[in-house]
Ligand binder design. Structure first.
Ligand code: ATP
Ligand code: MG
Length: 434
């Protein structure tokens, strides 16, 4: 039996390999491979945070590209920093001359260009506040030139969390994508794969007819119960542990379509049982092990949840809107459907107020609880786990309201209580109805 380390099997915070499951829906694997193979075609992969975009890409990218440049976009990053990040990573190819199957030789002219720009970067520094030195983009390092250098290297450029770049910088990135699309007519290997970039990418694609033909948009859905179960089963096999069907169904329910939650629960179950690697003798888990893991899980997430909900409740009279949203599928619903649901269920909220609330809840200052998916125009909780929590919160509140109406202070208390209940049983169906 191969010995696996627990950290390599259940990977809540990194991409999965040992437990990687092929995605069932819409042949997303095949579509992605095809999109990557098509010369000159650019790729946008989008979907819920934690839906498995990075994992999917990592598990299919190697089939087409031997090497890639990975740029993790972060809030506040400038366009220049993004360009420099990619440029720096090309050093391996142009300076260390680490070549790959596709490129057995480094183009002399391209190498000279690279070195010239590199020398320029070394020379151009700007003093900010007379202290910090900021690297400046030399005039030669245009998007065109970066594109050519990338194209020559045969590396693919993966832009993770493309959407985190804001404002003007985002527009510049969008423009750059266009430049790359044009360049890729000549440099067949040149490819950007943008992850998570729903809105930004669509803006670029929509604005230009030529772009539409040359950008594949691939949506990664939340996971189906069978997919989550397959992760558990693969993990069990790798570690020589047993999780029976009843427990698996529970884990599926708590995961709410997010593989990361499944990985974390399974990880916590194992680590509570002091399992760090593949066992010599099979061990079977029971319901208590699961409950222990769930309460650990909520403890870990508590601060994030509490902060998000505290912020959301700052939106005036937001409750009806949250109630409507909670009642939908984790993938969310269109504004029309939300309004229809409110009408059908006697929840008093106008369409206008519903829309305003949702628009507020998307914002960071109100907890960023909600997201609007650009393609489908569906509103949903940004993380299905928030939805579970909101359900528990309303369950608890309704029980209380039957006795007396809470004021604002009590509302916060209720939130805290819901937190504690979630912590103990975690499951809203099992709430004590006292
Ligand atoms: N196909 C899969 N098989 C097994 N586990 C997976 C699969 N896809 C994702 N996971 C697991 O789910 C979690 C989230 O995956 P990943 O980081 O790829 O999502 P993401 O969509 O890139 O998220 P983000 O938008 O936050 O970057 C990780 O714990 C990963 O190990
Ligand atoms: Mg990712």
């Amino acid at each position: 039996m191969i010995k696996h380390q627990l950290v390599d099997v259940f990977t809540p915070t990194s991409t999965a390999k040992v437990t990687f499951v092929d995605r069932l829906k819409e042949d997303v694997n095949i579509r992605l491979v095809r999109a990557l193979e098509l010369p000159g075609n650019q790729v946008v992969i989008y979907g819920h945070s934690g839906s498995g975009k990075s994992t999917l890409l990592e598990n299919v990218l190697y089939r087409t590209y031997e090497k890639q440049v990975n740029t993790n976009c972060m809030k506040g990053m400038t366009f220049e920093e993004v360009i420099l990040d990619a440029f720096d990573q090309l050093q391996e190819f142009y300076v260390s001359e680490v070549t790959n199957d596709k490129k057995t030789k480094v183009d002399i002219k391209a190498k000279a260009d690279y070195l010239a720009i590199q020398a320029q970067i070394g020379a151009v520094y700007e003093n900010v506040d007379g202290q910090k030195q900021v690297r400046m983009l030399p005039p030669q390092l245009t998007p065109q030139n970066l594109g050519r250098l990338l194209g020559q290297s045969g590396y693919c450029w993966v832009l993770e969390d493309f959407h985190k770049i804001e404002g003007e910088e985002k527009d510049k990135l969008a423009q750059m994508m266009k430049v790359f699309v044009n360049l890729s007519l000549k440099h067949k290997d040149l490819k950007i794969v943008a992850l998570g970039a729903v809105n930004t990418a669509r803006q670029v694609v929509k604005s230009d007819k030529e772009m539409r033909k040359r950008v594949s948009e691939i949506h990664v859905d939340l996971m189906e119960p069978e997919e989550i179960k397959e992760i558990i089963n693969k993990g069990c096999k790798a570690l020589n542990i047993k999780i029976d069907d009843v427990l698996q169904n529970d884990i599926v329910r708590h995961s709410n379509g997010l593989a990361s939650i499944c990985h974390k629960i399974c990880y916590l179950m194992c680590s509570s049982a002091f399992i760090t690697e593949t066992l010599d003798n099979t061990l079977e888990f029971n319901i208590e092990d699961l409950h222990k893991a769930l309460s650990e899980y909520v403890k870990d997430e508590e601060d994030t949840l509490r902060n998000a909900f505290d912020s959301a409740l700052k939106v005036e009279k937001v409750e009806p809107t949250l109630r409507v949203l909670v009642a939908q599928e984790p993938n969310g619903a269109h504004i029309e459907d939300l309004y229809q649901y409110a009408k059908d269920n006697n929840i008093k909220v106008s369409k206008k107020k519903l829309k305003e609330d949702l628009e507020s809840l998307v914002k960071e200052e109100f907890g960023e609880l909600v997201k609007l998916e650009d393609n489908s125009q569906k509103y949903s909780f940004i993380d299905p786990f928030y939805r579970s929590f909101a359900m528990a919160y309303f369950e608890e509140k309704d029980n209380r309201v039957k006795r007396n109406r809470p004021n604002d202070k009590e509302l916060i208390e209720l939130l805290n209580k819901a937190m504690r209940i979630v912590k103990v049983s975690y499951s809203f169906e099992e709430l004590n109805m006292e």
